[in-house]
Ligand binder design. Structure first.
Ligand code: ADP
Ligand code: MG
Length: 232
């Protein structure tokens, strides 16, 4: 079994494995995400996310080589920082830079935490990521966006004991994000390209919100389908 966030806190290799599992999950689930964005948006969301996470995988390989040479600091924030650079600099669509902001805030919170960072840092980073995305994208909960998954995930993390096992906290966040993503199904989109499709988006869950749930769920396992997302 690969390295998962353990009770001792988040490690460099644990976060490397988390991001690697998320990249594999995104590749497996891309057809489902594309189908949802074809119904509710312009159809490019799955491709944007795969492009991003393929770039992250290459950045993680470069990071691993650099750490091996003694060229980079071996912190748990480094893989998230690498992911942020890729999404902020290279990934298109509305979602690309917004995921970049989430990765950046998570990296900053883990980087500033006492060593080793755990649940308290995850809660701070996720809340800061949600706030940054809302500042830039101006979406509120109920607008049928990734914010509908991220805000409940941040609340769920904040409700965990700060010293709780981060593996447990990430599972709680995945369950809350999935519930939030499912709650978008009957909503009309008010942000992004999905807002141009009017009532066509009703009956379709928001793919960006589901991707937030996939991110937290990938802390535990690579997922092969949206049907594998955890429920309480
Ligand atoms: P676009 O809407 O520009 O085609 P993508 O297809 O890359 O962007 O991403 C679509 C996803 O981005 C949506 O499923 C939604 O979750 C998210 N999104 C779109 N606009 C916003 C926004 N203003 N704030 C937060 N998330 C948004
Ligand atoms: Mg789109």
């Amino acid at each position: 079994m690969s390295d998962q966030p353990g009770p001792q806190g988040l490690t460099h290799s644990g976060v490397m494995d988390w991001m690697t599992r998320f990249a594999a999950t995104v590749r497996s689930v891309e057809p489902e995400l594309t189908a949802l964005d074809q119904k509710a948006g312009d159809g490019d969301f799955g491709a944007n996310l795969v492009t991003g996470m393929d770039g992250v995988r290459r950045a993680l390989d470069a990071l691993a080589a650099s750490v091996g040479n003694g060229g980079s600091r071996r912190g748990p924030d480094a893989p998230l920082d690498a992911a942020a650079r890729v999404f902020l600099d290279d990934v298109g669509g509305t979602s690309g830079p917004l995921f970049g902001l989430l990765f950046q805030e998570l990296a900053d919170a883990l980087g500033m935490a006492a060593d080793p960072p755990g649940t308290a840092a995850l809660a701070l980073g996720t809340a800061a990521g949600a706030a940054a995305i809302q500042r830039v994208g101006e979406a509120e909960v109920g607008d049928k966006t990734m914010v509908d998954a991220l805000v409940p995930a941040a609340r769920a993390l904040a409700s965990c004991e700060p010293t709780a096992d981060p593996a447990h906290a990430l599972h709680v966040a995945a369950v809350a994000a999935h519930r939030g993503a499912r709650s978008t199904t009957d909503l009309r989109a008010r942000r992004g390209r999905a807002s141009y499709t009017g009532d066509h988006a009703r009956g379709v869950p928001d793919p960006g919100a589901l991707a937030v749930a996939l991110l937290f769920a990938s802390a535990h396992a690579e997922l092969t389908s949206l049907s594998r997302l955890p429920v309480a």
